[in-house]
Design a protein around this ligand. Structure first.
Ligand SMILES: Cc1cc2nc3c(=O)[nH]c(=O)nc-3n(C[C@H](O)[C@H](O)[C@H](O)COP(=O)(O)O)c2cc1C
Length: 359
């Protein structure tokens, strides 16, 4: 008897199985507006229990990469509505991932008037792609003022309300992989001397205030969060109190009662391993739904669910390359391999043209 393919409960929702499509940025949203091609992509993959969208910006300032969608303008809300309608018609639930890129951005990728903001004026190492001029060094971001912190929290709450108008079942706060929320948590990017910097009680404050504002706007059953303890992506080096900091976050998020925590593990992509102990700590301290992700195949997914390590399993690249992943996993069919060269390029190639199994 498989747990993976059986129904389950997430807050007040019933999911048709325990499989989640992980959030994946695909850069097909020309003009930052969700479109018909994206609707086709998500509908093709509407066999999961829950789909989490690609990172979607709550504000113009958060649009760090080229061609990523937003959810702050009426046209964006309308575009997403067409997508949630199509996905819901297949019986699948859908959360939008709210991703404010913070310092992982370039002015050339931002609309007029938007700015690269971060907790502190510390540039990420390395370069970022721009449509206009190719690869560019990461810029030095502007340290957010107290007023800008308030405005940004309000932008998240507003985006969450927009998500409800657009028909989403909930939102996932992207507090992983080196983007704005994680930039507040980590000491290398947060060198503030006010109430948002210093000890973890202060570095966690922005994330918790965003969570509270969003929960206040749409209800706690509709708000999950993604975290990457021990993650180093986007120039976020490891540091001594990592485990203690994330233990504190697990406790605080549990106290606030978000519907889920979604943990990232990119060791299958060459990142340093995430200790099993920290996953177990989250499992112990967080009483609602825990989602694990990273490098899963059907067998490992079933085994971790059976062992009670988590409640749901999120899968990225296999879903990207296999629109009918659930059918393939269920029948042990061969999988299409993901084509990295088309991950972030505009157009249908490598996006909606991965073949499904012949019926
Ligand atoms: C093309 C691509 C885009 C991604 N974009 C995002 C994103 O927008 N937000 C996020 O939280 N993770 C993102 N990820 C990470 C995935 O959600 C997932 O954690 C990762 O692919 C590992 O899972 P997998 O081994 O099942 O692929 C992305 C991964 C890929 C391959």
């Amino acid at each position: 008897m498989s747990i993976l393919y059986s129904k389950c409960v997430l807050g007040s929702l019933t999911l048709q199985n325990h499989l989640v499509m992980a959030p994946m940025t695909r850069n097909r949203a020309t003009g930052n507006i969700p479109n018909a091609l994206m609707a086709e992509y998500y509908t093709q993959r509407a066999t999961a229990g829950l789909i989490i969208t690609e990172g979607t910006s709550p504000s113009p300032n958060g649009l760090g990469y080229s061609r990523i969608p937003g959810i702050f303008s009426p046209a964006q809300v309308e575009g997403w509505k067409r997508i949630t309608d199509a996905v819901h018609a297949q019986g699948v639930k859908m959360f939008v991932q709210l991703m404010h890129c913070g310092r992982i951005a370039h002015p050339l990728n931002l609309p007029a008037g938007a700015r690269v903001l971060a907790p502190s004026a510390v540039a990420a190492g390395g370069e970022i792609y721009t449509d206009a001029e190719g690869m560019k060094p990461h810029p030095v971001p502007q340290a957010m003022t107290g007023e800008e912190i308030k405005t940004t929290i309000a932008e998240y709450a507003n985006a969450a309300k927009n998500a409800m108008t657009a028909g989403f079942d909930g939102v996932e706060l992207h507090s992983a992989n080196g983007y704005l929320l994680e930039q507040f948590i980590r000491p290398n990017t947060n060198q503030r001397t006010d109430g948002y910097g210093g000890p973890i009680e202060n570095r966690a404050r922005f994330v918790l205030e965003v969570a509270e504002a969003v929960m206040g706007a749409i209800g706690r059953d509709k708000v999950g969060i993604r975290l990457s303890p021990f993650g180093v992506f986007n120039d976020m080096p490891s540091y001594d109190s990592m485990e203690a900091d994330y233990t504190y976050l697990a406790q605080q998020l549990n106290a606030r009662g978000l519907v889920y925590i979604h943990l990232v593990d990119h060791s299958s992509m060459g990142a340093p391993p995430v200790p099993d102990a920290i996953k177990a700590t989250f499992r112990k301290l967080f009483k609602r739904t825990l989602i694990l992700s990273g490098g899963y195949d059907a067998r490992r997914a079933e085994s971790d669910l059976t062992a009670g390590k988590c409640d749901l399993i999120a899968v990225g690249r296999p879903f990207l390359a296999n629109p009918d992943l659930v059918a393939r996993w269920r029948t042990n069919a061969a999988l299409n391999a993901p084509d990295m060269s088309t991950f972030y390029r505009p157009g249908a190639k490598g996006y909606t043209d991965y073949p499904a199994l012949k019926k």
